[in-house]
Design a protein around this ligand. Structure first.
Ligand code: ASP
Ligand code: MG
Length: 396
């Protein structure tokens, strides 16, 4: 069981978690993975920003401290309920990682040690989002990394399932803040969840879904506040039905960059995207048109808005090398995606999407597709209307 920051945000909520664990421990031994109280890790990150601290031993030491508080508190409440509980930090298992501070990868988790702890204890309350490297220093897994801790531990223990408790009842067909008719999805494949997680549906860290898929570990996303079943994320083979479209996602954190009048020569894309990668800028959609005159081409691509300024600067600084005529950027764009396993074997899904947008006079600025997803880039001001009308047209 994993409980996120909103489920352990104060003592009352921690007591509620203890209550859920108490009911479950009658049937199983449990590892409970916890996040820090909500807002806590942000606060710690702000301290680090204030002193311009660089990724290092110190950063991870500070960032992972919030989890130490919540596991101590929960374990203490469990003990008062006469539950035999043991609080552990990542290094005490140990969860061994590589040397990359702030984005460490898990190398090994010793199952024998966990079995040993379980000989004496019924509940292990484990701090999420952290491990230890070969030098003995604490490392962290990137923001939202407690999900990855939970999935990794559950995989090692060959658990039947990993339940991720949060403040929503599951994964929804779209953001209920935009479309009140949004519904909780009962089942999703790992692939669909991955598309949604990387689109910024913040329920699960993308990495944790990748890991669950690799280990074929079923997940359930559910609320710690209601007793309802949540959304199951499972192997495609076990889906009761493959929906043509399961969800409509959107991301407003996109920026569009258009480079016009670039010499149409081999190697030019490699140069542009080489510059992006050297500056650690992640590129998403890419559209390159054929030059009509065979001399000049245009390239449009998107980056996340936090990288907009640096991407623009890098391109401006390299105008002599890239030899383009003009550069245009736009922060006010939004990416809308429809996602579903069933579209792999269905025709007309894209047409329906494009028609719906056209009927609402929404211009499509770029398109990208995968087997189970169609994404379009549009003016940000049309986000809500696009999401609502697509949600309607696919009968979600
Ligand atoms: N506390 C960490 C964060 O806020 C890890 C987590 O909550 O998953 O990113
Ligand atoms: Mg989270």
């Amino acid at each position: 069981m994993k409980f996120g920051g909103t489920s352990v945000a104060n003592i009352e909520k921690i007591k509620n978690v203890a209550h859920i664990v108490e009911k479950e421990v009658k049937f199983h031994k449990i590892i409970v993975v916890l996040s820090a109280m909500s807002g806590e890790t942000n606060k710690l990150q702000k301290y680090l920003d204030e002193i311009h601290s660089e990724s290092s031993i110190e950063n991870d030491l500070v960032l992972t401290s919030g989890e130490q508080v919540t596991i101590g508190l929960l374990s203490s409440v469990l003990k008062r309920k006469k539950i035999n509980s043991l609080p552990l930090l990542g290094w005490q298992i140990p969860i061994i990682t590589d040397e990359n501070y702030e984005k460490a990868k898990i190398l090994n988790i010793d199952k024998k040690r966990i079995d040993l702890f379980f000989k004496q204890f019924d509940v292990i309350v484990l701090a999420g989002f952290q491990g230890v490297n070969s030098k003995g220093f604490i490392t962290s897994f990137g923001r939202g990394g407690s999900d990855t801790t939970a999935v990794a531990i559950a995989s090692v223990l060959k658990a039947e399932r990993c339940d991720i408790y949060t403040d929503v009842e599951g994964v929804f067909t779209t953001d209920p803040n935009i479309e009140v008719k949004a519904k909780k999805i009962s089942q999703l494949s790992f692939e669909e969840m991955l598309e949604m997680a990387s689109m910024g549906a913040k329920v699960l860290q993308t990495r944790s879904v990748e890991l669950a898929m690799k280990n074929n570990l079923s997940l359930q996303v559910l609320s710690s506040l209601t007793k309802k079943e949540g959304t199951y994320i499972i192997d495609e083979k076990n889906l009761v039905e493959k929906e043509i479209v399961s969800a409509v996602s959107f991301s407003k954190n996109e920026s569009k960059i258009t480079i016009s009048g670039i010499p149409d020569q081999p190697g030019i894309s490699a140069k542009i995207f080489g510059l992006m990668s050297q500056n650690k800028i992640n590129v998403d959609m890419i559209v390159q048109n054929i030059s009509q005159d065979g001399i000049f081409a245009n390239i449009t691509f998107t980056v996340s808005s936090k990288d907009h300024d640096i991407a623009k600067l890098v391109l401006e600084e390299n105008i002599k090398i890239l030899k383009y005529k003009s550069l245009h950027t736009d922060k006010n764009v939004s990416k809308i995606s429809v996602i579903g396993m069933g579209m792999m074997s269905q025709t007309g899904v894209a047409e329906k999407m494009f028609k719906t947008l056209a009927n609402n006079s929404i211009n499509i600025q770029a398109i990208s597709t995968s087997e189970i997803k169609i994404s379009v880039l549009i003016d940000e001001k049309f986000t809500n209307i696009a999401v609502k009308s697509l949600h309607d047209v696919y009968n979600l």
